[in-house]
Write a protein of this length. Structure first.
Length: 237
């Protein structure tokens, strides 16, 4: 009777040990799979928006997602992203229905992003580097939907811009330029407009196109959307 109890106790102990090993193995496999997926998505996000992008993978367990090569959704966030040639913007994007391929690329069915472009980023975008008057400050008017640039030191001049959506991009159209309260010389107006036109011609990452645009008291609020897009580029995994 004692031996029978001992056998039962030993069987129960072995069963518990085996169960613990199975759980440990499954947990380890899930952690490894999640690390691989996170590394892969982080590399894509860093390539699209720059370093320091936070990644959150949603949906089924990572191990199943890795086996199926399918991710329900990925959220990426970066408060210091580079969107095209515009630095220092805040981006919150959601990628849905991702399909991974064996060559470390993949596809995403749809993407939505909310972007905030602060005044400092607009100043960088509109500033000249060709010997023209430097942009020393930016003022935003959310009532008139305009951006005013201070040109030169001591309020030498001002340029008024109208942000618009054009062909899926945010563009800055020159509405007026004054120097010391008088209309600016045509040569300076042309130079500013050429600078703006050059910097407007930027494609956004992940196939995104700007769909809504608002001028706020502190910057521009932009929504961007994309349909089916291929994810390419080197990854970490």
């Amino acid at each position: 009777m004692i031996r029978s109890a001992f056998r039962r106790h030993r069987a129960a102990a072995l069963t518990s040990t085996a169960l613990a090993v199975v759980l440990l193995t499954a947990t380890t496999a899930e952690l490894v799979a999640r690390t691989l997926l996170h590394s892969r998505m982080a590399a894509v996000a860093d390539q699209a928006l720059g370093k320091g992008t936070a990644v959150d993978i949603e949906g089924s367990p990572a191990l199943l997602a890795l086996v199926d090569r399918h991710i329900d959704a990925v959220t990426i966030t970066n408060d210091h992203a580079a969107l095209g040639r515009i630095p220092g913007v805040s981006v919150h994007a959601r990628l849905e229905d991702l399909r991974l391929t064996t060559d470390r690329s993949g596809t995403v069915a749809r993407t939505h992003a909310d972007v905030t472009v602060p005044a400092a980023s607009l100043q960088h975008m509109a500033g000249t580097s060709d010997g023209g008057l430097p942009v020393t400050a930016v003022h935003l008017d959310d009532q008139a939907d305009t951006v005013t640039l201070d040109l030169g030191q001591g309020g030498l001049g001002q340029a008024t811009l109208q942000p618009r959506l054009q062909d899926g991009r945010v563009t800055l159209h020159l509405a007026d330029v004054e120097i010391l309260g008088s209309p600016a010389p045509p040569r300076l107006v042309d130079r500013i407009q050429d600078t703006l036109t050059t910097r407007n011609g930027v494609d956004y990452p992940l196939g995104l196109k700007a769909t809504t645009l608002d001028v706020t008291a502190t910057g521009l609020a932009v929504s961007l959307d994309a349909g089916p897009t291929r994810l390419t580029g080197k990854t970490r995994a």
